[in-house]
Design a protein around this ligand. Structure first.
Ligand SMILES: Cc1ncc(C[n+]2csc(CCOP(=O)(O)OP(=O)(O)O)c2C)c(N)n1
Ligand SMILES: [Mg+2]
Length: 536
């Protein structure tokens, strides 16, 4: 373990002090437990290594729930350490006491009510074993959150010396070590022989995405990869499937014979609807964790994360060329339609060009993640894309992005809408308290632009106030309150310059104002132009 997040309180002092005084851990202090949870989540997603998060008793523990739920859906390893009152102080009117047993329900892989600890040798062995078990459980299988609840009695600080503890292993080794999980067997076995028009669909959690991209290119199999898969690259990548698959003509001419799905399902609605309509086409899902992403019940074979063996494949000649030609046409139409005016799709398309190779891009739910999926071109390398797409929440996004920044490595950019930023505005506190740098590109359309794409937009009496929720916030003031720099470019070159300046250090909010209605119209124009050009 490398990182822990703390939040203040009296009951949690023994946990906080233990974490903070452990020299092998870096502890990050947070005021708001919801922010602490998402910050820890961002670190866990970026590193894949379990991160501890601790808090005091009562509603503090409930505030960790959103991050725990996202960690569960996104397979991120979190170790949640909640402080609690001891049994004699539960349900008797003692302050700040709620029922914390199994507080997060099935969202955690494991819950343990920790015994009131004393320092006898056998209790210390139990405690060390418990710690190793929590770590390994969070990490292994599919990764995910675990919850340890600690009843703690006053005085909550040491009132005498700790006895000598000689239970540790030599050389600081873990108390319990476990053999790493074995590789899955080769992906042969039952099911149809893949041949003809093969297709790869890859989402978050795709194992070895670079290998997949080269494999797809080598065997001429179109690869439809969500940017979260890390596989939108190489000679087989089809970047603009979200737009291509809106055209019935294109669908009719590109019916596959065999679909091979890796990782989670991508977000794209047209892609999901299309896969659902291919109920009679053999579909294989390959996922090392056995995650069940099949809302339309069309998958007929599940593999454990491997690709088909090369000698099994027979791919129809010209099949990939047809996809790639359509993708190139789509790209040209997108660029022609977007022109050089600052718009939400243009930023989703070009933001990565303005970031260094080693940057990481965190993308908020709502239109940012959808636009990145639709418009981000295929590229050989470039920023890793991260998001909270396990449970698709707009909450905790700022904190999660700061958590990614806290793990070191290259710079981190966050592409976020105004409602999502307002939701986690307190997350900005991490910039100053932890001196973290984050380039926040804020798409401010004063409300939830996504809802204009949905039928609810027609419910005129309630739509604007209760669904779109305009707030008229002045984010420059938020930047000032939290000690962030602030910029408001109005054209692409200005945005590029602002990003470049921001990358020199510190946290900057770079606000781009857009209009929800115009954004809807622009998306429709692009989709229509792409469909027209591809049909032609
Ligand atoms: C925690 C949570 N609450 C509510 C929602 C529903 N929701 C989805 S998108 C959205 C609006 C987001 O607006 P904004 O961040 O400005 O992005 P835009 O739609 O404008 O791109 C809301 C409220 C959600 N996904 N998560
Ligand atoms: Mg918005």
């Amino acid at each position: 373990m490398q990182h822990a997040c703390t939040s203040p309180g009296s009951r949690c002092a023994p946990l906080v002090l233990s974490l903070v005084r452990e020299p092998r851990l870096r502890s990050w202090s947070h005021i708001d437990e919801r922010c602490a949870g998402f910050f820890a989540l961002g670190m866990a997603k970026a590193t894949g290594i379990p991160v501890a998060v601790t808090c005091t008793s009562g509603t503090a523990a409930a505030n960790l729930a959103p991050a725990v739920i996202e960690a569960s859906h996104a397979r991120a390893p979190l170790i949640v350490l909640t402080a609690d009152r001891p049994p004699e102080l539960r349900d008797v009117g003692a302050g700040q006491t709620i029922d914390q047993l199994k507080l997060y329900g099935d969202a955690v892989k494991w819950f343990s009510e920790v015994d009131l600890p004393d320092a006898a040798a056998e209790r210390l062995r139990f405690m060390r074993t418990l710690a190793c078990r929590a770590y390994l459980t969070a990490l292994e299988g599919p990764s995910g959150p675990v919850h340890l609840n600690f009843p703690l009695r006053d005085p909550l600080v040491l009132d005498r010396e700790l006895p000598d503890d000689s239970t540790g292993r030599a050389n600081g080794h873990p108390f319990v070590m476990r053999e790493p999980p074995a590789d899955p067997p080769p992906a042969r076995g039952p099911g149809p022989r893949p041949s003809g028009r093969l297709l790869f669909v890859a989402g978050a959690g795709t194992p070895q995405p670079a290998d997949l991209a080269s494999y797809a290119a080598e065997h001429a199999i179109p690869l439809l990869a969500d940017p979260l898969a890390g596989a939108r690259r190489g000679g087989a990548a089809v970047a603009h499937y979200d737009l291509l698959l809106r055209d019935p003509d294109f669908l009719a001419r590109h019916r596959p014979d065999f679909v091979f799905r890796l990782g989670d399902l991508p977000t794209s609605k047209p892609l999901r609807a299309w896969l659902a309509s291919l109920a009679d086409v053999p579909q294989v899902a390959s996922d090392p964790y056995g995650t069940w992403h099949d809302p339309d019940a069309v998958v007929g074979l599940r593999l454990r994360g491997r690709l088909p063996q090369p000698d099994e494949l027979e791919v129809e000649p010209g099949w990939l060329d047809s996809w790639r030609a359509a993708d190139a046409t789509a790209a040209a139409m997108i660029d022609a339609q977007l022109g050089d005016e600052l718009s939400e799709p243009l930023i989703a398309r070009r933001l990565v060009d303005w970031l260094p190779q080693d940057a990481r891009l965190f993308v908020a739910s709502s239109m940012p993640i959808r636009d990145v999926e639709s418009f981000l071109p295929a590229r050989e390398d470039g920023p890793r894309v991260l998001a909270n797409r396990g449970a698709n929440g707009i909450d905790g996004t700022v904190s999660a992005a700061f958590g990614v920044a806290a793990t070191g490595g290259g710079p981190v950019a966050l592409l976020i809408g105004d409602v999502a930023l307002a939701h986690d505005i307190g997350g900005l506190l991490a910039a100053r308290r932890h001196e973290l740098a984050l380039t926040i590109v804020l798409l401010n359309n004063n409300g939830g632009g996504i809802f204009h794409f949905l039928p609810v937009a027609g419910e005129a009496d309630a739509f604007e106030e209760h669904v779109a929720t305009p707030h008229d916030l002045d984010f420059g003031q938020a930047a000032a309150l939290y000690g962030c720099a602030y910029d408001r470019p109005t054209e692409p070159e200005g945005l590029r310059g602002a990003i470049e300046r921001s990358l020199n250090g510190g946290t900057t909010i770079i606000e781009v104002r857009t209009d929800r209605e115009q954004n809807l119209a622009l998306h429709r124009r692009v989709a229509k132009a792409v469909a027209g050009a591809v049909s032609a």
